[in-house]
Ligand binder design. Structure first.
Ligand code: 6PG
Length: 487
């Protein structure tokens, strides 16, 4: 029986993420960590493999709850969904007002809002927390995105600050994102950006491979080189590692023996579903989600495999490979800026819709280390929001405006070449189309309004005077003002 109330924090769910987070907590001075898993074998394995952690193990909920000092704080690290509700219910039955339950899984933020509402009536704090960085991050320093009450963060914040990743300027990668589901919402968008970033990198690789005939190992060198400049990021770094890997069984590049069907656990799709609900064009993320879906449509891909492509195969001319690769690098950077800009737009829209006081600059800061989308240019994003907290779109901030303007010729060349060569670049292309749509002085949306008014009397506004108008399309085609303006 563990000493009553000896642990200042507990972890429920000891699969890899939970075990690693528990070990991370235990490694920080001042923490005594209670651990509990539904099947006790996992608890035994963890405690016997890591005696140095000084874990306080339990075999049941009563014992686990008793081992926690008050106010009790427990982090749930189980697979998102029904399992989370079951654990919450067990804890709620035993916790007291002022205690804190943290859900560190990839929960849907709508579930987090619901859970918070249900639990708050008991006086127990419920915190939905985004945790990014995979297994390695959980162990050595993740980026943490807690929501919940500000009061819960007073207890939780100092503990989380000890285990979070540390940004280059020494700041821990954790902040109180906002109330109820804000943390899981921001983690969801993080994952959406992750999908877009990965798709863009994959498109860049594909263009270089098809255009120059370089081997994966040679392209690994290109990515390693890119990782020394403005594109420096975790995803670029691991791309070089993946491309360099040889398959032990065949001796082929590993990337050539991996089945080209990308999986997804759903957070990317959630990002797009919510973007649609919020009316935010996150086209880069959407294309990335759809590209994964398309890759997995094996029967359709096989049936379509003999559809005609361009008449002539395309290759970069001899001597032009370096210039082409530089074009791709710039196109990647510009598209990446669009993906992040769209992601931040969704965070702004979500915060407005759900009443969260989210500080965009702080979000950029906590993504600088620990998480999957950590990248050098997040410093630039943080600076942009610090310079202008009411910035309407990241891409119009001076640094990003210049970056995109400097890349646009390359970007257009790459998208045009891809279209002519028949190489699918949905994320590159849609990012450029978004950029052009955003900066267009006039959009053909005016025609769409005319069409809507024609078939459904949906009305339109005019550029030259206020009011709402309808043209009598089936009559004499005169215009009537349906809602007189106040003027
Ligand atoms: C992270 C990751 C992690 C995981 C996602 C995406 O931040 O550590 O985002 O949460 O990679 O679940 O996984 P899928 O690609 O399988 O959807």
């Amino acid at each position: 029986m563990p000493a009553t109330g000896s642990a200042n924090i507990g972890v429920v769910g000891l699969a890899v993420m939970g075990s690693n987070l528990a070990r991370n907590l235990a490694s920080r001075e001042g923490n005594t960590v209670a651990v509990f898993n539904r099947s006790p074998e996992r608890t035994h394995t963890l405690t016997s493999e890591h005696p140095e952690a000084g874990f306080v193990p339990s075999e049941g909920y009563d014992e686990f709850v008793a081992s926690l000092a008050k106010p009790r704080t427990a982090i749930i690290m189980v697979q998102a969904g029904k399992g989370t509700d079951a654990v919450i219910s067990e804890l709620v039955q035993r916790f007291e007002p002022g205690d804190i339950i943290v859900d560190g899984g990839n929960a849907n933020f709508h579930d987090t809002i619901r859970r918070e509402k249900e639990i708050s009536s008991t006086g127990i704090h419920f915190v939905g927390m985004g945790v990014s960085g995979g297994e390695e991050g959980a162990l050595n320093g993740p980026s943490l995105m807690p929501g919940g009450t500000a009061q819960s963060y007073e207890t939780l914040g100092p503990i989380l600050q000890t285990i979070a990743a540390v940004a280059p300027d020494g700041e821990p990668c954790v902040t109180h994102v906002g109330t109820d589901g804000a943390g899981h919402f921001v983690k969801m968008v993080h994952n959406g950006i992750e999908y877009a970033d990965m798709q863009l990198i994959a498109e860049a690789y594909d263009l270089i491979r098809q255009g120059t005939g370089k081997t994966p190992a040679e392209i690994a060198d290109v990515f390693a080189e890119w990782n020394t400049g403005e594109l420096e990021s975790y995803l670029i770094e691991i791309t070089a590692e993946v491309l360099r890997q040889t398959d032990a069984a065949t001796g082929l590049p590993l990337v050539d023996v991996i089945l080209d069907e990308a999986g997804a656990k759903g957070t990317g799709a959630w990002t797009v579903q919510n973007a649609l609900d919020l009316g935010v064009p996150t086209s880069g993320i959407a294309e990335a989600v759809f590209a994964r879906s398309l890759s997995s449509k094996r029967a359709q891909r096989e049936a379509a495999a003999d559809l005609p492509g361009p008449a002539e195969a395309w290759k970069v001319a001899d001597g032009d490979a370096d210039a082409f690769i530089e074009d791709v690098r710039r196109a990647l950077y510009a598209s990446k800026i669009i993906a992040y800009s769209q992601g931040f737009d969704e965070i702004v829209a979500g915060a407005e819709q759900f009443g969260w006081d989210v500080h965009k600059g702080d979000i950029a800061k906590i993504w600088r280390a620990g998480c999957i989308i950590r990248a050098r240019f997040l410093n630039r994003i943080a600076e942009a929001y610090a310079d202008d907290p009411s910035l309407v779109a990241l891409v119009v901030a001076p640094y990003f405006r210049d970056a995109v303007a400097g890349a646009q010729d390359s970007w257009r060349r790459v998208v045009a070449i891809a279209a002519q060569a028949g190489i699918p670049t949905p994320a590159f292309s849609s990012s450029l189309a978004y950029y052009d749509g955003l900066r267009a002085e006039r959009l053909p949306a005016a025609l769409i309004q005319g069409q809507r008014d024609f078939f459904g009397a949906h009305t339109y506004k005019r550029v030259d005077r206020p009011g709402v108008f309808h043209t009598l399309w089936s009559g004499d085609r005169s215009e009537i003002e349906t809602t007189p303006s106040s003027h």
